[in-house]
Design a binder for this molecule. Structure first.
Ligand code: HMH
Length: 216
């Protein structure tokens, strides 16, 4: 069950965009082993900057959550980010990558979007839809690289497992259920706004992958 919620309908309705974000050439090249390591390095440093901006966004959701079980889930997400930040630093030092880089345009725009969603007047359902979509795109993308028959390079497996593992998938599933529950009792206006935010997240994710692939 749980497949008939609002978010599942949106994934169906916007499937070309959803597939573009979750089966991007950057991900497909990791999966078939043809990824350029310089693209991976660029992604790593830029994603570290993104995750730094992600912290205040999740913190804003913690403030908006009122149901005790929602607070627990969001708090778990924050705890996972603490570990994620350490992983980025360890991974960067392993690859000899500086994390002190200039954010590229696609990243800047995505971070600005996160900042706007963290404002106190942004509706909880809208912000929760964004969190579900952001985490789910990464899970769907990196779990694809772990499927049997994948030729994912050994040195990229840790990154793929970080977001592709089944525990992270379970977290995404929990976020989806929270978003669906919220949307069920939201006004038509909030539901419309949430669908727009879902579409914007998919576009930002696509741009982020494009940025990682682009030479420059
Ligand atoms: C760009 N989207 C981007 N970076 C991430 N780390 C996630 C989603 C998942 O947290």
């Amino acid at each position: 069950g749980g497949e008939s919620g609002t978010t599942a309908r949106w994934v169906e309705k916007h499937s070309p965009l959803y597939v573009q974000a979750t089966r991007h050439p950057f991900i497909c090249r990791i999966k078939d082993g043809s990824v350029n390591i310089s693209a991976f390095r660029r992604w790593l440093a830029q994603d570290y900057l993104f995750v730094r901006e992600f912290i205040p966004f999740i913190a804003s959701l913690l403030l908006k959550a009122s149901k005790e079980s929602d607070v627990d889930v969001v708090l778990g997400g924050i705890a996972a980010l603490n570990d994620e930040i350490s992983w980025f630093r360890k991974e960067a030092s392993k690859w000899g990558i500086s994390l002190n880089v200039v954010p590229q345009m696609a990243n800047l725009e995505y971070c600005r979007f996160l900042q706007s969603l963290a404002l106190p007047d942004v509706n909880y359902s809208v912000a929760m839809t964004a969190l579900w979509a952001i985490e789910t795109v990464y899970h769907e993308s990196f779990s694809f690289c772990l499927e049997s028959g994948s030729k994912t390079p050994d040195e990229l497996m840790e990154a793929c497992r970080r977001w592709g593992n089944t525990d992270f998938g379970q977290y995404c599933c929990t976020l989806r259920k929270i978003a669906d529950r919220c949307l069920e009792t939201s006004s038509g206006d909030v539901v419309t706004q949430s669908e727009e935010i879902f579409i914007r997240v998919l576009n930002f994710e696509n741009d982020f992958w494009n940025m990682s692939l682009s030479e420059l």
